[in-house]
Design a protein around this ligand. Structure first.
Ligand code: SAM
Length: 447
């Protein structure tokens, strides 16, 4: 059991690399086994997520300063160098000498004492360059080509940068990269069936937790600082609120469910939007929540109990195979499985896991789901298609291809005062750096 946050970060990063495991899952496991104060837990977490996110940039510094490139360094040494360089480049509150000394200590604890001098030398070489007035960009001697230049500087794969450059141009791509490299904010959605925004605000203020209402989202509240364990916050057990990002809250309003209606949520787990829909209907009507993953439906069932909602019926299964619901629903929500390209700030390793090939496979599944669940909608009813990604293959192209095969359907511009303007096509494309919320795509269709 370690009481050293840097050692915790080292063993976590080593496990992520050896096992190919998800960063948040391994970190959770290690934090449970560790004996750390709150501040040290925060430092260990920042180091793990930061080194994972900034891997490409950190490797590029090693490539510049060491004789051998990063990928030829012994794997454990490479992790130790990442930890040291991350603290020197990206942590604002760690004195450089502490960063260097604690990193050299890691070589001793992990049977790499012989390499302590090399680590010390490389980190001090970096510091000397900074002290001589060199920026990170000049230390990296970046290539002219904007794709590699931005990819190395902001630590993203080239194919992602290429896509953003095409959609946004250089200046906005930089802004988007900065957004995805920062720690995510935490938004709550207040449950109007059990409390009010004012009550929640007062209860949080009593614990010195500050937040502010989300503009044009009547139940939304954004926390201004880190808050520790969610379950310990006031009102969790009483079902006063649900954690849900602003852009995901928008989806419920665009579905616009009315009391007494039948709504089907085709990909419901873990249920953030299902429970919002039930709340918006005053828990009066029927929400059928389907998902093919029983494991992901467990938190939905827990949330239904915690929020004391009675209008939700949960079904396990593949939404491509429910012909019994044809022509049954007033409204259908397809919050489709997607690559998550709008939420890269929430998972430090997802930028390295996503591939263009996965996007192609997902777009096939999205098209099949869209086709099948559209049959559930009654004539005159509504189908809302949403994803938390920004790639056209999973969004605009999916809708265009569906509309070309189904001329009786059309895009309907939501008749609501929203924090994001619809595009000229009538759907919402939410870019995080412009709208300060997760990246999302939401299209409302009617036939
Ligand atoms: C983006 S998540 C849904 C998030 C959820 N709507 C919420 O707000 O909490 C996509 C979900 O689709 C489910 N899924 C994937 N393929 C499916 C299918 N063929 N049928 C039903 N559910 C599916 C996944 O298990 C996953 O829970």
């Amino acid at each position: 059991m370690t009481d050293n946050p840097r050692q915790l970060a080292f063993v976590t990063l080593r496990d992520i690399q050896r096992r190919g495991a998800f960063a948040d899952i391994v970190l959770d496991e290690k934090l449970r086994q560790a004996d750390l104060k709150d501040a040290d837990r925060r430092l260990g977490t920042e180091l793990v997520y930061g080194c994972t996110r900034r891997r490409r940039t950190l490797d590029a510094i090693i490539d510049r300063l060491a004789k051998k490139p990063a990928h030829q360094q012994p794997p454990d040494l490479r992790i130790i160098l990442h930890l040291g360089l991350y603290q020197l480049c990206f942590s604002s509150n760690i004195p450089p000498s502490a960063a260097v000394n604690t990193t050299v200590d890691l070589t001793k604890v992990n049977n790499l004492s012989g390499l302590g001098g090399f680590v010390n030398g490389l980190l001090r070489q970096y510091l000397r360059l900074v002290e001589a007035g060199n920026s990170l960009e000049s230390i990296l001697q970046l290539p002219e080509n904007p794709v590699s230049r931005l990819g190395i500087l902001h630590s993203f794969p080239d194919w992602m940068i290429k896509f953003w450059l095409e959609e946004l141009g250089e200046s906005q791509t930089q802004q988007l990269c900065d957004w995805f490299n920062q720690s995510p904010s935490l938004d709550l959605r207040i449950n109007p069936l059990s409390t009010t925004l004012e009550t929640v605000e007062t209860a949080f203020q009593q614990q010195e937790i500050i937040g502010s209402p989300l503009p044009k989202l009547p139940q939304g509240w954004r926390l201004s600082s880190g808050v520790g364990a969610i379950r310990n916050l006031p009102g969790y057990d009483q079902g006063w609120w649900t954690v849900q990002d602003a852009s995901a809250q928008l989806v419920g309003y665009i579905v616009d469910p009315q009391p007494g209606e039948i709504i089907i949520d085709a990909c419901a787990a873990p249920g953030g939007k299902t429970t919002h829909i039930a709340e918006l209907m005053g828990d009066n009507g029927k929400v059928i929540a389907i998902d093919r993953s029983p494991g992901r439906l467990k938190p939905l069932k827990q949330n239904i109990n915690r929020l004391k909602l009675r209008s939700i019926q949960v079904e396990v299964g593949d939404s491509r195979h429910f012909p019994q619901y044809n022509n049954m629903a007033d409204r259908v929500l397809l919050d489709a499985p997607c690559s998550g390209g709008g939420t890269l700030h929430r998972r430090s390793d997802s930028r390295w896991r996503q591939t263009p090939d996965q996007i192609r496979q997902l777009s096939q599944l999205q098209a099949e789901l869209l086709e099948m669940v559209s049959h559930w909608v009654k004539p005159g009813g509504v189908l809302v298609y949403a994803t938390c990604t920004l790639y056209p293959q999973e969004n605009e192209w999916a809708i265009a291809s569906f509309l070309s095969r189904h001329p009786s359907w059309r895009v309907e511009v939501p008749n609501l005062d929203l924090p994001v303007e619809p595009t000229k096509e009538g759907w919402l494309k939410i870019w995080p750096h412009r709208h300060q919320m997760d990246g999302f795509f939401i299209a409302k269709l009617r036939h």
